[in-house]
Design a protein around this ligand. Structure first.
Ligand code: AMP
Ligand code: MG
Length: 416
């Protein structure tokens, strides 16, 4: 039972976290593909099928330093072969290998005609004129076949694949100096509040450092996007309007503060005048007020999030709503962090009716999770100590010690 008429009104208009996220994602589309220098595509999403233009490796070559031989000659140990040449990586064989012969060969060097097997140098006496094979070696050993990694004409990485170092290496091996990748979102980050000072300044009486601009810009970068800072807007409509004018250069805008119902909270009316903004009350602790809308710019409309000012609320609502939106914009299809269940080591109290994301430390091996201590929405340390969020459902009033709880691993990449 809500305790007061205002609480009842608030409860009636509360959105669940899942509803709010669905509404956000429904308005977000991937950005266009752009030709991207290969290394700059790391962390991005491939927007074309990458096809191998040739076999990789292009030629049969040795996987070991040793001797290129005929497999029939080395079926047993104790054979002595005549060494008829030597091939370094990058060189070409001078001639073929006949029965009873061996060619010294280095890792990566092309296999000479006639040879089908490499005896590792460790399995020989390392001879130069003749070589003693001290260990029987199966035919085909230590030879890399042409095309055994990638086949000419084969799609080696399909469109839509997130590019990790391994994919960058595969693309390099087929000669792609640049690839078409989904453009990386450019995100404008703005702090609002008369109390805020730049972090290098000594805050005067009643003032605090602007932590959110840094945590949120860092979260933008951690999502693989570029952040540009719009600075601090004072709690005046004109200042906000001016700052948001510069946001037009971004693909998405994130503000913090000024979205509660305090006397100086101007974000909603200002954005409404420059576009539209929905002001949502989400059934969540921490981070209840969240504004989401669109700014009209010369280039079209740009999504804008008005996050709450409390540092924990700001970073948490970024994690829950902005990060998935940015990932979708960047072309990713896995938007959700890995989830797990764990045994709670300490009791967590929560308000009934709100979904709570307590900050926790998950021990995956032990299958346990404990809270990071005081969970106030101003206690940013509760996030810095955490590797997960303990996801407690709306209807619960507490999670008891020993209970099995759901967790979200915020330190691991999205897996679904
Ligand atoms: P607001 O949402 O503007 O009412 O702010 C809520 C609380 O968050 C207040 O205590 C603010 O001082 C604080 N706050 C707002 N913006 C920031 C910021 N950029 N860095 C640190 N704290 C902030
Ligand atoms: Mg404020």
């Amino acid at each position: 039972m809500p305790r007061s008429p205002s609480a009842a009104r608030a409860a009636a208009s509360l959105l669940t976290v899942d509803e709010a996220l669905a509404r956000v994602l429904a308005r977000i589309r991937p950005l266009e593909p752009v030709e991207t220098q290969l290394l700059d595509a790391l962390g991005g999403v491939l927007a074309e099928d990458a096809v191998a233009g040739a076999d990789v490796p292009a030629f049969r070559n040795s996987a070991m330093d040793g001797y290129a031989v005929r497999g029939t000659d080395v079926r047993r140990a104790g054979v002595r072969l005549r060494v008829v040449g030597s091939i370094a990586a990058g060189a070409m064989p001078a001639g073929a290998v006949s029965a009873g012969e061996a060619v010294r060969i280095m890792t990566g060097a092309p296999m000479p005609e006639g040879a089908d097997t490499v005896v590792r140098v460790e399995d020989t006496d390392n001879g130069t004129d003749t070589v003693l094979v001290e260990r029987a070696t199966p035919t085909g050993a230590a030879v890399r076949q042409a095309g055994e990694d990638l086949r000419r004409g084969e799609t080696v990485i399909p469109a839509g694949t997130p590019l990790r170092p391994a994919e960058i290496g595969v693309l390099a091996s087929i000669g792609r100096a640049s690839v078409r990748a989904v453009r990386r979102p450019n995100v404008a980050v703005l702090s609002t509040g008369d109390e805020l000072v730049e972090i290098a300044e000594e805050p005067g009486p009643g003032r605090i450092r602007d932590a959110n601009r840094y945590s949120l810009s860092a979260a933008v970068r951690a999502a693989g996007c570029a952040a540009f800072e719009l600075g601090i807007a004072r709690d005046e409509a004109s200042d906000l309007r001016h700052a948001l004018g510069n946001a037009a250069f971004g693909d998405l805008v994130v503000t913090s503060g000024g979205v509660s119902v305090g006397d100086h909270d101007h974000v909603k009316p200002v954005v409404d005048a420059m576009g539209s903004m929905d002001f949502w009350s989400i059934a969540i602790r921490p981070g209840r007020p969240l504004a989401f809308g669109e700014l009209r710019t010369k280039r079209g409309t740009v999504p804008i999030f008005g996050l709450p000012g409390n540092p924990v609320s700001a970073l948490l609502t970024f994690e829950l709503f902005v990060r998935p939106a940015l990932l979708r914009m960047a072309g990713h299809t896995k938007l959700h962090r890995p989830r797990a269940r764990a045994t709670l080591l300490d009791r967590v109290d929560k308000p009934k009716g709100l979904r709570m994301f307590a900050r926790g430390v998950h021990d995956a091996d032990a299958g346990t999770v404990r809270s990071t201590g005081p969970q106030g929405s101003g206690i940013l340390r509760s996030m810095s100590l955490a590797n997960c969020l303990i996801d407690l459902p709306e209807d619960a009033t507490a999670a008891e010690t020993g209970a099995t709880v759901a967790i979200v691993r915020t330190d691991l990449p999205e897996d679904h």
